[in-house]
Design a binder for this molecule. Structure first.
Ligand SMILES: NC(=O)c1ccc[n+]([C@@H]2O[C@H](COP(=O)([O-])OP(=O)(O)OC[C@H]3O[C@@H](n4cnc5c(N)ncnc54)[C@H](OP(=O)(O)O)[C@@H]3O)[C@@H](O)[C@H]2O)c1
Length: 274
């Protein structure tokens, strides 16, 4: 761009990985950020702290009008430029299929997949017009390897990964790079990983949002296609393909319960039910 500005939209910027990503991107020359999530006071606070121009849209991304609201905001506040879209907002509500049924699958797909697809559809024309530009989708290692009680979450992330791979190939000729980050256990508000952090034997596998933010930078402006965070989680994904029976045996046994952590979504559920 002649002006040298680099406009980025980060969804789920109020906490965790999205917040860390906003902080990371704000260090880049010419950065202008649009922070998106539901909690306006957190977005305002962050926008005021960042060392670059930052605006925000407080919106529930599952609302029908959310994609158009973000697009109109970009056109009104940032001249319609868009160099990076980070699709990060997401959540998980743990339940077996027998307990959660289709409704739990639906709510995961609505936020972790449909909302990403709808926002990308609305913003792709701006990304193409601002090319070279990039999209980074925040998937999960759970989008490669499913565990008991995370089936709905995994289904939404498996879907996201498949769609992202196709979009990568489709948008290459348009100079819109499509990258993907697959985090493992990362301590955040939504995914506190309390069970793992409490035990010395598993504490070491929990990583930090700042590491994911760096990977998001590498897979966006940095042009990488995909990154696991921490990197060794890629081994689990490879083993799932190469030695499926071994992975089934491990995840069907005692180790699996150690790896199924509770989430903020679970706390919501228990307070809903009193
Ligand atoms: N942490 C992990 O262990 C881990 C592992 C693998 C993948 N991931 C993925 O990383 C992404 C970020 O998660 P995180 O760990 O950073 O969790 P987090 O701290 O709970 O952040 C989730 C973000 O999404 C926003 N959000 C949730 N529902 C929304 C909605 N309906 N509309 C708009 N924004 C919404 C939240 O903000 P508001 O509540 O203010 O709306 C928040 O900013 C997710 O896609 C998650 O699946 C996380």
């Amino acid at each position: 761009m002649a002006s040298g500005k680099r406009v980025a939209v980060v969804t789920g910027a109020s906490t965790g990985i999205g917040r860390a990503t906003a902080v990371r991107l704000a260090r880049e020359p010419g950065a202008e950020l649009v922070l998106v999530a539901r909690r306006e006071e957190l977005l305002r606070e962050l926008a005021e702290q960042l060392p670059c121009r930052a605006t925000y849209v407080a919106v529930d991304l599952t609302d029908a009008e959310a994609p158009q609201r973000v697009r109109s905001h970009l056109e009104a506040e940032h001249g319609g430029d868009l160099h990076l879209l980070v699709n990060n907002a997401g959540a998980s509500w743990r339940a077996s299929f027998a307990e959660g049924g289709y409704e739990n699958v639906r709510r995961h797909m609505e936020l972790n997949f449909d909302a990403v697809v709808r926002l990308t559809e609305a913003l792709l024309p701006l990304l193409r017009a601002s090319a070279p530009s990039a999209i980074v989708n925040v998937a999960s290692t759970a989008g490669r390897v499913a565990r008991a009680r995370t089936g709905s979450y995994s289904a939404s992330k498996f879907a996201l990964i498949g769609w992202t791979d196709a979009l990568y190939a489709e948008e290459k000729p348009n100079r819109v790079h499509v990258g993907m980050v697959l985090p493992g256990f990362i301590k955040t508000e939504g995914f506190p990983a309390t069970e793992l952090r409490e035990k010395a034997v598993t504490r070491w596998i929990v990583s930090k949002p700042e590491k994911v933010a760096e990977a998001i930078y590498e897979c966006g402006p940095g042009g990488r296609a995909e990154r696991y965070v921490p990197r060794p989680y890629g081994v689990a994904a490879a083993l799932r393909i190469l030695t499926p029976s071994l992975v089934r045996r491990v995840l069907g046994g005692g180790a699996a319960s150690n790896l199924t952590t509770s989430t903020a979504g679970d706390r919501e559920k228990s307070s809903d039910s009193g």
